[in-house]
Design a protein around this ligand. Structure first.
Ligand code: FAD
Ligand code: NAI
Length: 475
């Protein structure tokens, strides 16, 4: 007789483990199945986000920023350091320790919430009498059954056709996060989120970085006023970013990797690098689920077909996170996981896709929520824009970090905030106020009338709100 559960979450990343915890809080008997292995073959809960995504990238971004600050910024504060040196194995070791703290923390949370964890690959075996049988293949094999199944099997890095990742010279995010030394010349294909974050890490640590981007515009999905400011800042730091390229043959040689491409002017070029990171997006992962066994519908590119509420075509089978449509972000996966658990309990779980924040953790940071000016124009929606530069913000001056601005977009007639776009110090933290404001459908005047502590970076948000009505006080 197989072990029976009310809910089985397949995948232990932010979508799956959070759904499992919420379902357990709501009184269900819950299992979570995850196949990720640590270097010793044991479990490593947290999925892409914890093991090879959000957490390790932010650990390395912090370490590399500290190094950059010590080498380039401290002197301005009168702190003169001599003989700074890098210990890459130690830096990578610290990153691994941060990852492990998170793996262990999630295992603890599952236990605390009485979620039964199975380490292994979950695959559909059968559906009968309103129950799904799942085979878990790990160190041993066992069958478990559940009335509700939440699929949260995540995504994998997309490779260039004909150029598989070897994680030695041609790297996905996985290899990019564990190099044992700084490559002299580093190439990246794709100047999206991973390209910029990983390019920044290794550039700060000393690599000569070139990023080849297919699109003719930089950060096409980002408000273009902010994107242009970012482009300028990254070029000034020394990142080489070529736009509008067409990547051709990639060859592995004894001296590294050579990338043939046609540049933005139509001229043939070759980029010779020691290591190449390919960061051209990610593809949904249903590997091993055996969806055909139960007739689970997938799109051609592999994502699971779901409706607005994460229901698949099968009764009581749900899917959340990177494996379904929408932005591939950890907090989006979590929100969907919570909403699905609540729907299973007969509640009205809800995810507002218009208020999901985005953050690029470069320096300067870029963060936004809602619509860009370009999107509003394309919709023919009249809006007012207010911007405020960090150059005019006292706290930013004290930090010595004055690049960037806050830009607020509000409806021309109702003044409702439609989007906020920030480039500058702690944009990742500043955006939270704007998300709250948009969730409460605040107007720019609401933010403009709220008292913000002085001196803080958040005053720039208030001033951008004042700027919507052309009445900034400090600029
Ligand atoms: P995942 O986290 O991918 O988890 C899926 C889990 O399911 C994995 O553990 C996998 O092993 C397991 N699994 C798959 N199939 C099976 C099966 N059949 N049986 C059992 N287990 C299975 N997002 C942010 O919001 N902020 C960031 O700063 C950020 N940084 C990132 C940096 C990098 C380098 C990368 C690559 C991604 C980053 N992301 C970030 C994106 C974020 O990691 C994903 O959006 C998030 O992890 C998606 O969560 P998920 O639960 O859907 O899937
Ligand atoms: P991305 O979609 O952000 O960027 C991919 C870039 O590659 C795009 O600019 C695209 O135009 C370009 N591209 C695609 N094919 C190309 C080709 N053949 N040649 C040249 N350029 C090409 O994808 P990325 O950076 O791989 O990240 C994947 C996802 O992971 C992100 O979209 C995001 O959802 C998530 N992520 C989130 C982070 C965060 O929240 N801070 C950090 C890192 C990843």
């Amino acid at each position: 007789m197989s072990k029976q559960f009310d809910v089985i979450a397949i995948g232990g990343g932010p979508g799956g483990y959070i759904a499992a915890i919420r379902a357990a809080q709501l009184g269900f008997s819950v299992a979570c199945v995850d196949e990720w292995k640590n270097s010793k073959g044991g479990p490593a809960l947290g999925g892409t986000c914890t093991n090879v995504g959000c957490i390790p990238s932010k650990a390395l971004l912090q370490s590399s920023e500290n190094y950059d600050q010590a080498g380039h910024q401290f002197a301005e504060h009168g702190i003169e350091l001599k003989g700074i040196s890098l210990n890459i194995p130690k830096m990578i070791g610290r990153k691994d320790a941060v990852v492990k703290q998170n793996n262990d923390g999630i295992a603890y949370l599952l236990k605390k919430n009485k979620v039964t964890f199975f380490h292994g690959r979950g695959s559909f075996v059968a559906a009968k009498d309103g129950t799904y049988v799942i085979r878990v293949t790990g160190a041993s094999e066992e069958a478990i059954s559940g009335k509700h199944i939440i699929l949260a099997t995540g995504s994998n890095a997309r490779a260039l056709p004909g150029t598989p990742f070897d994680e030695v010279n041609i790297l996905s995010n996985e290899g990019a996060l564990c190099l044992s030394s700084v490559p002299g010349r580093l190439g990246l294909i794709g100047s999206g989120v991973i390209g910029l974050e990983m390019g920044s890490v290794w550039h700060r640590l000393g690599a000569d970085v070139t990023i080849l981007e297919g699109l003719p515009v930089f950060l096409g999905a980002v408000d273009q006023q902010v994107a242009k400011e970012g482009h300028k800042a990254f070029i000034k730091q020394g990142l080489k970013i070529e736009l509008g390229v067409k990547v051709g043959e990639i060859k592995l040689g004894t001296k590294g990797v050579s990338v043939a491409y046609v540049d933005g002017k139509g001229l043939p070029q070759t980029l010779e690098v020691d290591k190449l990171i390919v960061s051209i997006g990610r593809v949904a992962n249903t590997r091993g689920l055996e969806p055909e066994t139960v007739g689970l519908k997938l799109y051609d590119r592999g994502a699971i077909v779901v409706d607005d509420e994460c229901r698949t075509n099968l009764p009581n089978v749900w899917a959340v996170g990177d494996v379904v449509r929408g932005p591939m972000l950890a907090h989006k996966a979590e929100e969907e996981g919570v909403a699905v658990a609540e729907r299973i309990a007969g509640q009205h779980g809800h995810v507002n896709f218009n208020t999901i924040p985005w953050v690029i953790y470069t320096h300067p940071e870029i963060a936004w929520v809602g619509q860009t000016e370009e999107q509003l124009k394309a919709q023919g929606r009249a809006c007012k824009a207010g911007t405020f530069p960090f150059m005019a913000n006292g706290r930013a001056r004290a930090l010595g970090d004055t690049t960037g601005m806050v830009k607020m977009l509000a409806d021309a007639a109702t003044d409702e905030i439609l989007g906020v776009h920030i480039i500058g110090p702690y944009a990742s933290e500043l955006i939270a106020e704007c998300v709250v404001a948009m969730e409460f459908r605040a107007s720019s005047e609401d933010i403009a009338r709220i008292c913000h502590a002085h001196p803080t970076l958040s005053e720039a948000t208030k001033e951008a709100a004042l700027a919507v009505d052309k009445r900034t006080l400090n600029f």
